[in-house]
Write a protein that binds this ligand. Structure first.
Ligand code: ZN
Length: 139
């Protein structure tokens, strides 16, 4: 059984943004020496998330549109309580619809992603520098 942890810093350029971190995942797996196992990507943040989907320009726009609008009906009803302290309740609440970690199988020393699957960091309260942790275990 092998294990390896790797942290990478990801700079986001806008309030909401999608950053493809598939290469960082592949590098973490390659550096681990694990051939068969799992890689867990996680973010130690409450206003961003990770997701797997297709890296297509239109779809990236659609995902940002979805994440930008998913809690709007709630906001229209009444102000968010958390906005009293740091004005980013929408980012916290939107992150609830995504995940702070994603697990990917490893096969043949590579992340087992489908042809159209990429791993993304979804920024909801940028621009910021975010930490993405990769924990790789297996044989
Ligand atoms: Zn906050």
């Amino acid at each position: 059984m092998r294990g390896r942890e790797l942290e990478v810093l990801v700079k986001t350029a806008a309030k909401q943004a999608l950053v493809n971190v598939s290469e960082q995942l592949a590098r973490a797996v390659a550096e681990s020496g694990v051939s068969t196992g799992i890689a867990c990507a996680s973010v130690p943040h409450t206003t961003c998330a990770l997701l797997i989907n297709e890296d297509e320009e239109g779809l990236r726009e659609d995902i940002l549109r979805l994440s930008g609008e998913v809690i709007e009906p709630l906001r229209r009803k009444a102000p968010f309580a958390h906005d009293r302290i740091d004005n980013n309740a929408a980012a916290h609440l939107t992150s609830l619809f995504f995940h702070p970690s994603v697990t990917v199988p490893i096969s043949g020393g590579k992340p087992l992603l489908g042809t159209w699957q990429s791993l993304f960091l979804l920024e909801l309260d940028g621009p910021r520098t975010r930490t993405v942790r990769f924990t790789v275990t297996g044989e």
